[in-house]
Write a protein that binds this ligand. Structure first.
Ligand SMILES: [Fe+2]
Ligand SMILES: [Fe+2]
Length: 148
């Protein structure tokens, strides 16, 4: 895959995760009686999709990005945001009541959306035109980590 194709695939995966997460969050507000299972679905999605994705990019995309002096501070802040998202995920799991769950879940979805958009605009778009970066290989490494 060319860097351009890989960048597109990475961004569309971010968009897909943001949408799926958002839909699950909305289910908490619409399913009056079943809010607990809707809350559990949000928590599971964060634990099974979003957090493994974050962990995999830490040792792939972020590692490549951190080699660039100008991206170092940004990568640090992105790592920090991963810990914030993880913290919110834990609070969702132990949340009591529909209102609290909904507030935390909406927080997680917005945090993820903004975080992913920062990756798109400031990391992926930065690396994509570089001749010395093979984004396809980086994505391949990410998939390998997620498969294990
Ligand atoms: Fe990330
Ligand atoms: Fe990401």
């Amino acid at each position: 895959m060319t860097n351009q194709e890989t960048a597109r695939a990475m961004k569309s995966h971010h968009a897909q995760m943001a949408k799926e997460l958002n839909d699950l969050v909305l289910a908490i507000s619409t399913s009056e009686a079943a809010w607990e299972s809707a809350r559990n679905a949000v928590a599971s999605y964060l634990r099974e999709q979003v957090l493994p994705h974050a962990a995999a990019e830490e040792s792939t995309v972020y590692r490549v990005g951190a080699k660039e002096e100008s991206l170092k501070a940004l990568i640090d802040s992105m790592l920090f945001e991963h810990t914030i998202i993880k913290g919110v995920a834990e609070r969702i799991e132990s949340s009591k009541g529909r209102d609290e769950s909904l507030i935390l879940a909406a927080e997680a979805a917005k945090l993820f959306e903004v975080h992913a958009e920062k990756e798109n605009r400031f990391i992926i778009d930065f690396l994509e035109p570089r001749n010395d970066v093979d984004l396809g290989a980086v994505l391949g490494d990410m998939h390998q980590l997620l498969a294990h």
